[in-house]
Each structure stands twice: as structure tokens, then as C-alpha cells.
Design a protein around this ligand. Structure first.
Ligand code: OSB
Ligand code: MG
Length: 367
């Protein structure tokens, strides 16, 4: 398979409600879409880098630059197959989100031309999945309780509350009291705490949480391990895990007992599957994280989350939780589950009219 050229498209999707985490507040999701054109057909993917480098060092404009100047030039001369992409990027350190987008678009084109779905290619064992929802830091506890109530009524199988110092024990206590012990409840701190907060965070043990996600800095596996040794609440890593090697090290250090796998953060779906394999071999559950994806990323994440080791509901909510209008047909929650796309490749393509309406910039890079 040979590349003819690549289209980079920036889109801007207004959020139905602002999304606040310990890192900041988002009202619009700007995303970078990648369309590869090959001699065997087209492929689509999404780069999940955000407009600012706050969740991780990558950001949208930087990712576009890396794709344009350092990733595509090495792919243009190659006879491509999906397994050849990541090794060809060995000369570029990090930039996992940029690499993931290009690899996934190539994978989509390659699978499409062979009539194979991403789900079956990756080794999916389920056709539909219970999923969770990530709930931002609210204006008030009452507003939070209303939001959680609405999501539970919609059928979400797990509720994750964003926390930060000053918004942790009390909101968690009130949600637990209001909705009862039957709700699978978790928290995500997005690195907002420090080692000195360990005694405070162990007080979360009173609320029967299924996990606490990434309390400390990305590079600080040591503090995560110290905390994990004292906490009855399982520790899950997100920002800390950027590769299968990171996952193996974190497991070895007992820094976590659950891993959130985001394909963008780890360089693609093939590396994501390797993390799944490492975790599974060590008896750790994994789940698929989210980055407020458009329908393109959501489709591919559903395929990954259908692998056997993804035993916890992922952050793969219905489109309507985030967007009134998306670049693809919306994903919906039916009977508390989301359907894994079964068509060739990622199983979905943009709706041209919606795509055009949401596009802010387009660039064509010829081979
Ligand atoms: O930490 O999991 C996170 C969104 C953007 C960046 C980081 C995170 C998140 C979420 C939302 O929690 C996940 C989603 O529903 O897409
Ligand atoms: Mg997280």
C-alpha cells in the first residue's frame, strides 16, 4: 500500500456543557483529523492532542507540525502495512498522539481495503459494551448530584468524578449517599495531589470507590506506589503510562492495580493492545480512557475496549454527552451499552456536511 497524500483537518466542536477538571475548563473541543489517501483507498483517524499542552506535553498545532515535517516524509517512500508504521517513526522521540493518528489512519485504510474491522483485527470478543461517564468539577454539590442523576438514568455503568484539592471528600460522600452503594463510582485527580496529601486521600477509602485515577505527577511512580501500599482504594494510572514498557515498570513497582489505556497517549492501537496484554498477563484489569473524541476516535476506542482484558467500563460515552453535532453519525447508549462498530476499518466515516460545517482549516500534503 502506497500513500498518495494526507489531509490534515482542524475541527472545532462546541461542548454541550463546559468540562472542568483539575487542569482547567474546556468549552470547545478542537481536534485534528487525519485522512490518508492510498492506492488502495482512504483511511481516517483523529489526533487526540488538545489545543494546550496541559494534560500532556503534546498540543494540536505541535502535533500537526510533527506529522507534517517528521512523520509523513518517512512514510511516503514505504510500501505500507500497519505494523511498519511505528518502527518507521523510531527517529522521533515521544509525540505519541501524532504517531497514533497517522498509524490509525493507515490501519483504517489497510483494513478497509481488506474488508476487516478494527475490532476483529485487534481480537475483540464482544459486540457491545457497558460504558462509563466522566463528570467534571461542578459549580455546586447540588449541580453535581443533578448531573450524576441524569447520567445514571441514561444507563451509564460507572460514574467517574473529577476531583482536586477542595473538591474531593465531600462531593464523593454526597454522591455515594444519594445514589447508594450499587453505583460503580471512581475519581480522577489528573495529577492534582502531592505526596503530603497521602493521609488525606486515604480518607476516600470510606466511600467504596472502584479506583482513584492518577493522583500524582506523571513521572512520580514512586509516590503512587507509596500511596497504593496504604490505600484500600485501587490506584489507576492514566498520564503516567505512555508505553507498554511504562506499564510493565508500574506493575513491577506496585504503583497501580488498574490501567487506563488511551491509544493516543501510548502511540496507537497496536501499543494499546500490547499494554492490554502486559496487564492481562499480570492479572490487572484495564479500561479504555477518553479524550473527548469525535466519532472517529470513539469508533476506534469501542473496538479496542472489546478486547477480553477490558473488564471495566471505559470513558466512551454517547456522543450526546459531549456534542450536539459531531463529524460522524452519533453514538448512542442503548440498554446501557454501546455497540462496537463491525464495518471495515474503524467502521465509520465522517458525514461530509457535518465535517465541513465543523472544519476550521484544511491542509493537503502530497506524497
Ligand atoms: O483524565 O481521563 C482524563 C478528558 C480529557 C483529558 C483527560 C481526561 C479526560 C476525561 C474525559 O476524563 C474522558 C471522556 O469522556 O472522553
Ligand atoms: Mg484520567
Amino acid at each position: 500500500m502506497k500513500l498518495t497524500g494526507v489531509e490534515l483537518r482542524k475541527v472545532a466542536l462546541p461542548l454541550v456543557t463546559p468540562f472542568r477538571t483539575s487542569l482547567g475548563t474546556q468549552t470547545v473541543r478542537e481536534a485534528l483529523l487525519v485522512r490518508v489517501v492510498t492506492d488502495e483507498g482512504e483511511g481516517w483517524a483523529e489526533c487526540v492532542a488538545e489545543d494546550e499542552p496541559s494534560y500532556c506535553p503534546e498540543y494540536l498545532e505541535g502535533a500537526a507540525d510533527v506529522i507534517r515535517r517528521f512523520l509523513l516524509p518517512v512514510l511516503f517512500p514505504l510500501d505500507l502495512d500497519p505494523a511498519a508504521v511505528a518502527p518507521a517513526f523510531g527517529h522521533v522521540r515521544a509525540h505519541q498522539m501524532a504517531k497514533s493518528a497517522v498509524e490509525t489512519a493507515v490501519l483504517d485504510a489497510w483494513l478497509r481495503s481488506r474488508g476487516v474491522s478494527l475490532a476483529s483485527y485487534l481480537g475483540a470478543v464482544r459486540h457491545s459494551l457497558p460504558v462509563g461517564v466522566s463528570v467534571g468539577i461542578a459549580e455546586s454539590i447540588d449541580a453535581l448530584l443533578d448531573t450524576v442523576d441524569r447520567h445514571l438514568a441514561a444507563g451509564y455503568a460507572r460514574v467517574k468524578l473529577k476531583i482536586e484539592p477542595g473538591w474531593d471528600l465531600e462531593p464523593v460522600r454526597r454522591v455515594r449517599e444519594t445514589f447508594g452503594s450499587g453505583v460503580m463510582l471512581t475519581v480522577d485527580a489528573n495529577t492534582a495531589y502531592e505526596a503530603a496529601d497521602i493521609p488525606h486521600l486515604t480518607r476516600l477509602d470510606a466511600y467504596g470507590l472502584a479506583m482513584i485515577e492518577q493522583p500524582f505527577a506523571p513521572g512520580d511512580l514512586h509516590t503512587h506506589a507509596r500511596f497504593a501500599a496504604r490505600s484500600n482504594t485501587p490506584v489507576c494510572l492514566d498520564e503516567s503510562i505512555t508505553s507498554a514498557r511504562d506499564a510493565a515498570a508500574a506493575i513491577r513497582m506496585d504503583a497501580c492495580s488498574i490501567i487506563n489505556i488511551k491509544p493516543g497517549r501510548v502511540g496507537g492501537y497496536l501499543e494499546a493492545r500490547r499494554i492490554h496484554d502486559v496487564a492481562r498477563a499480570n492479572g490487572l484489569p484495564v479500561w479504555c480512557g477518553g479524550m473527548l473524541e469525535t466519532g472517529l476516535g470513539r469508533a476506534a476506542n469501542l473496538a479496542l475496549a472489546a478486547l477480553p482484558g477490558f473488564t471495566l467500563p471505559g470513558d466512551i460515552s454517547a456522543t450526546a454527552r459531549y456534542y450536539g453535532r459531531d463529524v460522524t453519525a452519533p453514538f448512542v447508549l442503548t440498554g446501557g451499552e454501546m455497540t462496537v462498530p463491525s464495518g471495515p476499518g474503524i467502521g465509520i466515516t465522517p458525514v461530509q456536511e457535518d465535517l465541513d460545517a465543523l472544519t476550521t482549516e484544511t491542509e493537503w500534503i502530497a506524497a
